[in-house]
Design a protein around this ligand. Structure first.
Ligand code: FES
Length: 352
């Protein structure tokens, strides 16, 4: 609504802004500046004895601060490092640290409290108004700046000496390249190391806890089974690197509950195998909800639906968990039918 729509009698009256200027409601500014409220004197402003009391209180706080600092130095010099003291409810703690902490805390607190009390009771509390000036420079100053710039460009002969100008721009463009080269110091590129894991066609799937190859009957409905590739032992060199990529979890789901067609094809009798590494920032997933077939990453609560291609249904993860295609060998053991077809973990740079 413009000010023209406001009946004149409803416009606020002209008011004294409290800093000498009269702010008048008009068409451009329908609301007059109410100004600062009138100054209310404090008790210390009108009663010298109250002001003296405040002065003594401030001086007392500063004095306590000085004493605490002396106490700090004395504690540092006199208390042995290994001495302990019983403080309820903390129990036995180092006496020196306790004394230093308390004395330093008191010294700083008293300085702060003294300054605040001084400011609130004795320093002037008149409100001041400072007008804000326009930020834009006046037209003549701007014109002068442009003129100076033109003059500088002319005197430097930037337009005339094209060879100098072009090589200067080239040099300035090249300098940032040295920073780009330094990026090499961030370490070797991962190349395709993150694309492949130890899983291969025919690799047996081994229970992570028992080290025994798994049969389909070992994976019960409702349980989450953690597994690793056969031949990967904890004492192996590089075990941590490999298990961080190859860690697997197996779940048995009623085949009719599996919604994703590819997931069903890659499973065996409803047993599905997924990477245990969260696609957010790589935490190991560990919580399984039997009724919904959801797995939850404990780090930031990303939740994946294992009955629907491990689709992300909640949380910050950006991609489903990679699935491992599995089958059963002639001896009845679960085996991988290849490697993961996509990078495991937070491989955000490789996916669309
Ligand atoms: S690492 Fe799994 S949700 Fe963040």
């Amino acid at each position: 609504m413009s000010s023209q729509d406001i009946p004149e009698e409803n416009l606020p009256a002209a008011q004294d802004t409290g800093h000498g200027a009269l702010d008048v409601a008009d068409e451009k500014n329908p609301f007059a500046d109410p100004g600062v409220p009138p100054h209310e004197p404090r008790i210390q402003d009108i009663d010298e004895r109250a002001a003296k009391r405040s002065e003594r209180a401030v001086a007392l706080l500063f004095t306590v601060s000085m004493l605490a600092t002396i106490g700090f130095i004395a504690a540092f010099v006199t208390i042995p490092v290994h001495k302990t003291v019983y403080i309820f409810p903390l129990g036995h703690i180092g006496a020196l640290n306790f004394a230093l902490g308390v004395t330093l805390g008191v010294a700083l607190f008293c300085i702060g409290a003294g300054a605040v009390h001084w400011g609130r009771t004795l320093m002037s509390d008149h409100e001041l108004v400072q007008e804000r000036h326009p930020i834009e420079a006046p037209a003549d100053v701007r014109a002068q700046v442009f003129e100076d710039f033109r003059q500088g460009a002319k005197e430097s002969q930037l337009g005339r000496r094209k060879l100098i100008r072009n090589t200067m721009f080239g040099a300035m463009a090249m300098v940032p390249l040295s920073g780009v080269v330094l990026l090499r110091d961030l370490g070797p590129l991962p190349e395709d190391k993150l694309r492949h894991t130890l899983w291969r066609k025919g690799k047996l799937i081994v229970n992570m806890n028992t080290n025994e190859p798994l049969r389909p009957s070992d994976v019960a409905v409702g349980s989450l089974t953690f597994a690793k590739p056969e031949g990967l032992e904890e004492h192996d060199h590089g075990f941590q690197n490999e298990i961080a990529k190859a860690a697997l979890m197996l779940v048995r789901i009623e085949p009719e509950d599996i919604k994703d067609k590819r997931e069903l094809e890659w499973s065996h009798e409803g047993i599905v195998a997924y990477s245990k590494i969260c696609t957010h920032v790589g935490c190991p997933i560990s919580l399984y909800e039997q009724q919904t077939h959801h797995v939850l990453c404990p780090c930031h609560q990303s939740t994946f639906d294992l009955a629907d291609g491990a689709r992300v249904i909640f949380g910050p993860a950006g991609h489903p968990l990679p699935q491992l295609r599995i089958g059963v060998n002639d001896e009845g053991y679960l085996e991988a039918l290849g490697d993961f077809e996509e990078p495991v973990g937070p491989a955000f740079w490789e996916r669309g």
